[in-house]
Design a protein around this ligand. Sequence first.
Ligand SMILES: Nc1ncnc2c1ncn2[C@@H]1O[C@H](COP(=O)(O)OP(=O)(O)OP(=O)(O)O)[C@@H](O)[C@H]1O
Length: 248
Amino acid sequence: MILSVQGVSKSFGGLQAVRDASLDVEEGRIVSLIGPNGAGKTTLFALITGFHKPDAGVVLFNGADITGEAPERIATLGMVRTFQIVQPFAGQTVRDNIAVGAHLHRASRREALAKAEDVARQVGLADRLDQDAASLTVAGRKRLEVAKALATDPKLILLDEVMAGLNPTEVRDVIPIITRIRDNGVTIVLIEHVMQAVMSLSEHSWVLNQGEIIANGPPAEIARDPAVIEAYLGHGMAARIAEGTGHA
Ligand SMILES: Nc1ncnc2c1ncn2[C@@H]1O[C@H](COP(=O)(O)OP(=O)(O)OP(=O)(O)O)[C@@H](O)[C@H]1O
């Protein structure tokens, strides 16, 4: 297992945001975390990547205990997350923004910029490298977020709603980019509400509800689970998934 989360919990004051969550991710997979707003998905990402310390439980990355390590240290080991709300460094080009990530393993400016160009090609931003990052559309900013993470040479990348706010055409265009990242050897964990993307990309999903994992399995299977339909999908979405359309 590249990632093993064992019995992780986190409370904020009186609110239990994540309760006794466990999941195992095999190397080379694309898997997903789904569930209603406020279920604890982003908190679980933060617990895995060192942005929050768990109250209980253990996180293993490639078999090594990284529980409570700092995000920078975890990134150096090869695991990074993206953020839902994307704020590019204003007044800086796309190239410079991506290069920030590339500096994790590269001291030289020249090498970091070369890596930024390479990554920009992978996410379809090669023709935007000299543009001010703040001028990118939502779809462009989402790609920039993926590029910044990829520039750190990760072995595992956790993508937090990279399709939120995209139109169906933009979603369709991002799907093969994510598949290619995996084909290049990066394991991927997605948080995603766009079920069309979950269905076509991920091989296994975990469903969080009120901080607890209530189901896991292949997405087509969990879409038939009454508890998942009740807590998250609703009957309309479940029916559309069964028909194979799966549009949100
Ligand atoms: N730093 C924090 N301090 C206090 N409460 C928090 C904090 N972070 C998250 N929460 C609360 O924990 C719960 C889980 O939030 P979280 O953002 O993890 O959910 P989510 O599943 O990612 O939701 P969404 O799909 O809306 O992003 C929510 O009730 C949220 O308000």
